[in-house]
Design a protein around this ligand. Structure first.
Ligand code: DAH
Length: 348
């Protein structure tokens, strides 16, 4: 028997078979056929017993080497098939970088948030702390300790949503003043702003909403004057409406301040000359303010012979409407993206 010849014939057959195989599954069959237990090559081993002893080792070794060689041919083909499969997959899944990108339209802060953050930045820069309080508030803190005892006629200025006889949705952010002063125990100076939501029983229309936002400000110290208040409010007006703005304080009434003022800013549209935006007055009202009433200081534990304070309340929607020319307060709350997107967080 010419073993080498037989092996070489098998090799030729194997190579032909490998050429026509292009699937891993089919390759398994080829493997079984050429190097498996039932392969022709394996069957040749049976002839070993008929050989003289001295020829047996060489015979066995030749067959084994042939099997190893066949196995390596099969492995090589397997690698080729896998690589080809990967190539095809990559070709199918190729990313076309020239396709237009999907529109992710990044979000942006709500305009009211931007106004609040702008005011916060200004006051933090002047050494104020930002304080918050609960939206469900006691009558005592929302009214009584702010010099508005039960049955005080000025309560009518703030129609309220009562939850129980003594609890309500806060009508302004002023109770956070009281909370902070009480927490400070009547001893330390106070310098805070308090942004947050407030609620009133108003019918919603273009300029009223049953829920809106305020930023309260409070400074209490031993040498606080009306001049400090005026300088502070001028800084707010200029930050929000431009550095050329001027302000006037108009006498007004709030139970928690004495004296009290409404603060007007020169119209940013006509610079005070008079136009439609300011109804020909040259001025636009932007907030309420005053020197903290002695009764409020005393109710919160501060000695009114030593301490004085000033306070102010900014309507966030009002500032935003004036600054960005918005004609209906309801635009802020309906979350119509066409509205929200116009402002991109105030950077229109
Ligand atoms: N709390 C007042 C309101 O909601 C606004 C206000 C006015 C707050 C004068 C103040 C202030 O702190 O001094 O109408």
């Amino acid at each position: 028997m010419d073993l080498k010849k037989i092996i070489s014939e098998h090799e030729t057959k194997l190579k032909d078979a490998l050429k026509s195989v292009d699937k891993i599954e089919a390759l398994q069959d080829v493997k079984a056929q050429f190097v498996g237990k039932k392969a022709e090559l394996s069957k040749l081993m049976r002839h070993m017993k008929d050989l003289p002893n001295e020829e047996k080792p060489a015979f066995g070794q030749t067959i084994n080497e042939a099997k190893q060689y066949f196995s390596s041919l099969i492995e090589t083909r397997k690698t080729e098939i896998l690589e080809e499969r990967l190539r095809q997959k990559l070709a199918q899944e190729r990313i076309d970088v020239t396709l237009p990108a999907p529109d992710f339209s990044p979000g942006s802060p709500h305009l009211l948030r931007t106004v609040i953050e702008t005011v916060e930045d200004l006051f933090i820069g002047m050494g104020y702390l930002v304080k918050e309080g609960p939206e469900v508030e006691s009558d005592e803190l929302n009214f009584e300790k702010l010099n508005l005892p039960k049955d005080h006629p000025a309560r009518d200025m703030q129609d309220s949503f009562y939850i129980t006889d003594d609890t309500l949705l806060r009508t302004h952010t002023s109770p956070v003043q009281v909370r902070t002063m009480l927490a400070y125990g009547g001893k330390e100076p106070v310098k805070i702003i308090c942004p947050g939501k407030v609620y009133r029983r108003d019918d919603d229309d273009a300029t009223h909403s049953h829920q809106f936002m305020q930023i309260e400000g409070l400074v209490v110290d031993t040498d606080t004057s009306l001049a400090d208040l005026k300088g502070t409010l001028l800084a707010v007006a200029q930050k929000m409406f431009g550095k050329d703005r001027r302000i006037v304080l108009r006498p007004s009434y709030f139970p928690f301040t004495e004296p009290s003022f409404e603060v007007d800013v020169t119209c940013s549209n006509c610079d005070g000359a008079g136009c439609n935006m300011c109804k020909q007055t040259g001025y636009i009202e932007i907030l309420g303010a005053g020197m903290v009433h002695n009764n409020v200081l005393e109710a919160a534990g501060y000695d009114s012979t030593k301490y004085q304070g000033f306070a102010f309340g900014i309507g966030v929607e009002r500032i935003a409407m004036l600054k960005y020319g918005i004609d209906d307060i309801r635009h802020f709350y309906v979350n119509d993206l066409r509205f929200n997107k116009q402002f991109k967080g105030g950077q229109s």
